[in-house]
Design a protein around this ligand. Structure first.
Ligand code: NAD
Ligand code: ZN
Length: 374
């Protein structure tokens, strides 16, 4: 697995620094404190540190704060987060807290936490006084390989997830890989589902590495390399299509199905599990439409199984189809899919009829056996 060792932008040093022509650096390391401190020093602004109040994240934030130093820090503020609090009301509390801390137009906001933190703090920073600088220290796998890259920030509305937001590019992203050791396994799996998706898009290097690593305990994984390789897939695509006008849709591989599964389950199925099911469904649809090979489909299923991802659901195919139909991303009344032709060759914008989609969804259906009395 090739770690990206590119020219470090001024003021950043960590084990791995990737940029891929994005306007901001992504530093990945087992200890990013020094890199954050160097970045803040070179930036020159005073900092407000915002963090998820989760005790493990708070500990990381305190360490980052100590490296930045009291003299440069206006305030360190913790917020109880979680998906249920990814709301405009929390953004308002953050904005009020920034004012109370004495932040102004020249303040640099540094957020610490997972994907909820990067979506919410990034959004708040983009709004505060019409936008102040934002840097994110990613502490979850989802944040490292997905949420903190690409500038999409926002919150959920009653009508659905991520329905209010803005593109706010960070000034820098720091992936604190050692944070992964306190991350609950279910959160790690959330990120792994996105990494498998990235590997299907990227192809052999990353996919082969995951196959090799699947035989090893997670604690033995070379996480900095894995995060760098997966982040590279996203940065490369985002660089070519920042505002999601075209090929950024590739990142939705498995997600048309996944969003339908999440909605049909009233969000009882976690996003990562829904993505795993969605990747299986995309493979099945690609097989049915003569795009994908059985052999490669099996490689994907094997990897998902080895990572403990579900491949079956008790959800009704019609309920999922109905939920997919009401997804905000549906255009012109037709369902559009991202489908693999092979591992490393994925196409987007493919329209498929409801009958074919329903047939694929019914293959995901797990029928409880009569032995269990149903
Ligand atoms: N903007 C984007 O492009 C994008 C992409 C993917 C996901 N997202 C968003 O990201 C969110 C999901 O991200 P997530 O899975 O990181 O959720 P999260 O931020 O809620 O973190 C998951 C859980 O792990 C905890 N946690 C975080 N880091 C930890 C650590 N190092 N040790 C122990 N616990 C830790 C959190 O407190 C939380 O309980 C969703 O809201 C999703 O919409 C956004
Ligand atoms: Zn996703």
């Amino acid at each position: 697995m090739a770690a990206q060792e590119e020219d470090s932008p001024v003021g950043i040093s960590a084990d791995v620094v990737t940029n891929h022509d994005l306007s901001y650096p992504i530093a990945i390391g087992y200890d990013v404190r020094q890199a954050v401190a160097e970045f803040v020093r070179s930036d020159g602004r005073r900092v407000v540190l915002l963090h998820d109040a989760n005790p493990s994240v708070a500990r990381i934030a305190r360490r980052v704060g100590r490296s930045i130093g009291k003299g440069r820090t206006l305030a360190t503020l913790g917020f109880a987060l979680g998906e249920a609090r990814k709301r405009l009301s929390t953004v308002e509390r953050v904005l009020d807290a920034l004012i109370a801390a004495g932040a102004d137009r020249k303040t640099l906001v540094v957020g610490v936490g997972g994907g909820v933190a990067s979506d919410l703090f990034g959004f708040a920073a983009g709004m505060f006084m019409r936008g102040v600088g934002y840097a994110h220290v990613a502490t979850s796998l989802v944040a490292m390989v997905d949420a903190s890259i690409g500038g999409k920030t926002g919150v959920d509305l009653r009508g659905g997830k991520n329905l209010a937001g803005a593109f706010v590019d960070p000034a820098a992203v720091f992936c604190d890989v050692s944070a992964l050791y306190t991350l609950p396994l279910r959160s790690l799996r959330e990120g792994l589902a996105e990494i498998v998706k990235a590997a299907i898009i990227e192809g052999d290097d990353l996919f082969d590495s995951l196959e090799t690593l699947s035989g090893h305990d997670f604690v033995r994984w070379p996480w900095a390399d894995v995060v760098a390789a997966a982040a590279k897939v996203k940065t490369a695509i985002v660089h070519d299509d920042r505002l999601e006008a075209g090929m950024r849709e590739l990142l939705n591989l498995g997600h048309t199905f996944a969003h339908g599964i999440e909605r049909a389950s009233h969000y009882r199925v976690a996003h990562g599990a829904a993505v795993a099911l969605g990747l299986r469904a995309a493979g099945l649809l690609a097989l049915r439409t003569g795009r994908f090979s059985e052999r490669e489909h099996l490689r994907v299923l094997t990897l998902l199984t080895l990572f403990g991802m579900p491949l079956q659901t008790s959800l009704d195919a019609d309920a999922v189809l109905e939920a997919m139909r009401s997804d905000k991303k549906r255009r012109d009344g037709r369902l559009r899919f991202v489908l693999p032709r092979s591992i490393g060759d994925v196409e987007y914008g493919i329209e498929c009829g409801d009958r074919t989609v329903r047939a694929v969804l019914s293959r995901l259906r797990w029928a409880p056996s009569s032995a269990r009395g149903r």
